[in-house]
Design a protein around this ligand. Structure first.
Ligand SMILES: O=C(O)CO[C@@H](C(=O)O)[C@@H](OCCCCCc1ccc2ccccc2c1)C(=O)NCCCCCc1ccc2ccccc2c1
Ligand SMILES: [Mg+2]
Ligand SMILES: [Mg+2]
Length: 340
């Protein structure tokens, strides 16, 4: 999609999108024009907010008020933040370019983006101490950082007229779209997060298998580590029926691809993580060739279902006979596979 007729500020925004997002830049730029700029700005605003959340060098007395008031910076043309050490700090240092383009969006789009930014910033402050206790709190944290993104995106889809109003109204399904992606990320990023002193695996689950979360990094505890991992993968799998129901309502092809590609990448990653000790020694990634093949299939509901069923069946057939969660995993896989 050409940007030659666009403002220099908007061109810079797409530069930042491509610089800060491996997994979302391509699918955002493939969206129909009516949605593309709004979703690009939505991404950059939330990436800036998340960069503040992730930056452990920002003192709490600065971070808490900044997260809670972040959405108001969208109305301050000259506001920027120069004190981040994060990899994506450019979106904070040049936030004035992003907010300039934000204020040019249709008022309805601005309202959605500002509302989600406000709620996400508030929610992030609840979890700044860096750990999650109950499974309910795990769902709450993932709601704040990803479920709200799904809810905001769904409101943008309906507001653009490209999708039916039910898509923007059914917040439960939109929330599940985000939870499936975020839970998969948290499961995959165990070692990276532990090394940064961040504990996103819920204590209600890991405390069944260890005294502290970092115990799983010790090869002597491999059996316990894999039992906990499989328990969490099973938890994430419960969102798949909601994801398929959400996808069945999407009619616009560019919106479908945009929603489907991150979801099929996530089920592929989740299957690679299941019962895989590699999660505790590095970051498990799906092979490039497999990712390309999945993207080709992810352009129709039948294709997405085929991919979800394929990887769910793979997990079902790799359940260790000694795994503590095996009955729940088997039941959850059958619920996905009975073509609900
Ligand atoms: O710092 C990193 O590199 C990773 O950060 C993770 C973290 O800190 O936990 C974490 O940060 C979360 C807070 C910032 C979310 C920013 C975001 C992401 C994708 C978008 C897609 C379109 C529009 C706006 C978007 C906004 C992260 O990036 N996790 C990846 C999963 C986020 C899922 C967002 C999401 C939710 C529902 C969706 C539904 C349909 C299509 C895309 C969707 C995308
Ligand atoms: Mg982050
Ligand atoms: Mg974060």
């Amino acid at each position: 999609n050409d940007l030659k007729n666009e403002s220099p500020q908007l061109r810079k925004c797409y530069e930042y999108l491509n610089k800060t997002s491996r997994s979302f830049a391509a699918v955002i730029q493939a969206l129909d024009r009516e949605l593309r700029h709004a979703v690009c700005i939505f991404y950059l605003v939330l990436r800036a907010l998340d960069t503040v959340e992730d930056d452990m060098t920002i003192p709490l007395e600065v971070k808490v008020p900044l997260l809670r008031s972040f959405y108001t910076k969208l109305q301050e043309p000259d506001w920027c933040f120069m004190d981040s050490k994060e990899k994506d700090k450019i979106v904070l240092e040049d936030f004035s370019t992003i907010s300039h383009e934000f204020r040019k969006l249709a008022p309805l789009y601005q309202e959605v983006i500002s509302d989600i930014c406000c709620k996400m910033g508030d929610g992030m402050t609840v979890f700044l101490e860096g750990h999650v206790d109950s499974k309910k709190q795990w769902d709450e944290y993932c709601h704040y950082v990803a479920g709200l993104v799904g809810i905001g995106l769904s409101r943008l889809f309906s507001a653009s007229g490209l999708e039916d109003s039910i898509v923007g109204q059914d917040t439960r399904l939109a929330n599940s779209m985000g939870l499936f992606l975020q839970k998969t990320n948290i499961i995959r990023d165990y070692l990276e997060d532990i090394e940064q002193g961040r504990e996103f695996w819920p204590k209600e689950v890991w405390s069944k298998y260890a005294n502290k979360l970092s115990d799983f990094a010790d090869p002597a505890n491999r059996r316990a580590a894999l039992s906990c991992l499989n328990d969490l993968v099973t938890n994430a799998l419960h969102h798949v029926p909601d994801v398929l129901l959400y996808m069945s309502r999407i009619k616009n092809q560019s919106v479908f691809n945009f929603c489907a590609i991150p979801q099929v990448m996530a089920i592929g990653t989740l299957e690679r993580c299941y019962n895989n000790p590699g999660v505790f020694t590095g970051v498990v990634k799906i092979r490039k060739g497999e990712a390309v093949r999945m993207m080709m299939y992810a352009t129709s509901l039948e294709g997405v279902k085929a991919i979800m069923y394929h990887f769910t069946a793979q997990i079902l057939h790799s359940i260790p006979s000694t795994d503590p969660s095996q009955n729940i995993t088997r039941r959850c896989c059958h619920q996905v596979l009975e073509r609900s």
